[in-house]
Design a protein around this ligand. Structure first.
Ligand SMILES: [Zn+2]
Length: 389
């Protein structure tokens, strides 16, 4: 059964309320989640909240309709990336409509999608749903994907959604696959000393640069490992060292150096390949370092290891989107990571599709077009048809 489209002003109001919560990743989000829970409570058959160990951050998983398998999960993250208000023409945590755009942090990534879902929930709840709609909202997606794994654990033994729509800002283009996102911080501990006597010390900066060079030298091999029919651009797994810091002064041998790096695997085997190669490089460097200073160390901390959304030709999630969008829409791939890879790995077929442009996300003056919100609303409203038969 079709549902009446909510007026766009209703969506905008929900969006204004969500943007007003400065839910920057790694900071508490329980106020935002409590607000959404209050909105959803009258329409839900079940709402499950799960928390991090500090209890200041929460995921929400709401069910509208019967506790049955085969529902559709609308998945979003509640957090946003940080802002520097000086770079913004409008206050970043005030949703500000200027013409056909609504500006504010998170309007595109991805509170606009969440606002559309919230506006539709009462309409879906009024239907005689045979299968449920689920609204999933996570914390800390933008910095380590800490929330989604906890939410996924809590789904064990509960009715299984047949598909997830992860509403990241794809400009309403259907995305069927994305690269993985593996992020690390590596710390090299050497021994400081006077730079006039370098052989009596162990430079952490010098050894870090050799480690980094070895990582960059893997690029050609990673390019060679790409599948011939890779849908990605570039087609292969890439690496990047984004931040390096170490040492005290020009005339001292650096005792410590750490660097932040990532890889974006197109296939899970590539991550293992990089790790194996770097373990061999590391063993050689450590042997040299420890010959001078036995306490020398190279330690790598994983910030996150998020597998990509792998391409699946026969995907129930793609089938769902084809029926919602009508016709045979093109299916793209992207190089950025989302929670869709985690949901897919947990057995929930997933696609990425949502309002807003990824090019304005994570930047000052982020915005979403009102037209995108209207189009998103119209497509999601058709879920009513899907889930009543
Ligand atoms: Zn996002």
């Amino acid at each position: 059964m079709p549902v009446d489209l909510p007026p766009i002003d209703e969506v905008v109001t929900f969006l204004e309320d969500l943007v007003a919560f400065p839910s920057v990743a790694l900071t508490p989000n329980v106020d935002l989640i409590a607000h959404v829970e209050d909105l959803l409570r009258p329409y839900c058959t079940d709402i499950v909240l799960t928390h991090d160990e500090t209890e200041t951050k929460a995921n929400l998983f709401a069910t509208i309709g019967p506790a049955a398998d085969g529902g559709v999960m609308l998945a979003g993250h509640s957090d946003v990336v940080p802002v520097d208000p000086d770079d913004w023409a409008t206050p970043p945590f005030v949703a500000t409509r200027l013409g056909d755009r609504i500006y504010g942090r998170g309007t595109a990534d991805m509170k606009g999608f969440v606002a559309c879902a919230l506006a539709l929930v009462p309409r879906w709840a009024a239907l005689d749903l045979v299968r449920p709609v689920h609204v999933a909202l996570t914390f800390d997606e933008e910095d380590g994907f800490h929330g989604a794994p906890i939410l996924i654990d809590s789904l064990a033994g509960t009715p299984r959604p047949a598909a997830a729509i992860v509403g990241e800002p794809t400009g309403l283009q259907l995305i069927g696959a994305h690269k993985g996102c593996y992020e690390y911080t590596t710390t090299v501990t050497g021994m400081n000393g006077h730079s006039s006597r370098p052989t009596e010390a162990v430079s952490a900066v010098h050894h870090a640069t050799r480690w980094i060079s070895a990582l960059l030298d893997l690029d050609a091999e990673l390019a060679g490992r790409a599948q011939a029919d890779s849908r990605f651009e570039p087609p292969h797994t890439t690496t990047n060292v984004g931040v390096v810091g170490g040492g005290l002064a020009r005339c001292t041998v650096a005792g410590e150096c750490s660097f932040e790096w990532e890889m974006r695997p197109v296939q899970s085997g590539d991550a293992a390949f990089v790790k194996e190669r770097m373990a061999a490089v590391e063993a050689k460097l450590l042997a040299e370092m420890r010959a001078v200073h036995p306490e020398a160390a190279i330690e790598t901390e994983a910030v996150c290891e998020i597998d990509g959304l792998e391409w699946v030709d026969a995907s129930p999630a793609l089938d769902l989107m084809r029926s919602l969008l009508g016709g045979d829409p093109p299916v793209g791939v992207v190089a950025y990571g989302t929670e869709a890879g985690l949901y897919q790995a947990a057995g929930i077929p997933s696609v990425v599709w949502g309002p807003g442009d990824i090019a304005v996300a994570h930047r000052p003056d982020e915005f979403v077009e009102v037209g995108d919100l209207e189009a998103c609303l119209a497509v999601l409203a058709r879920l009513g048809d899907q889930l009543t038969r």
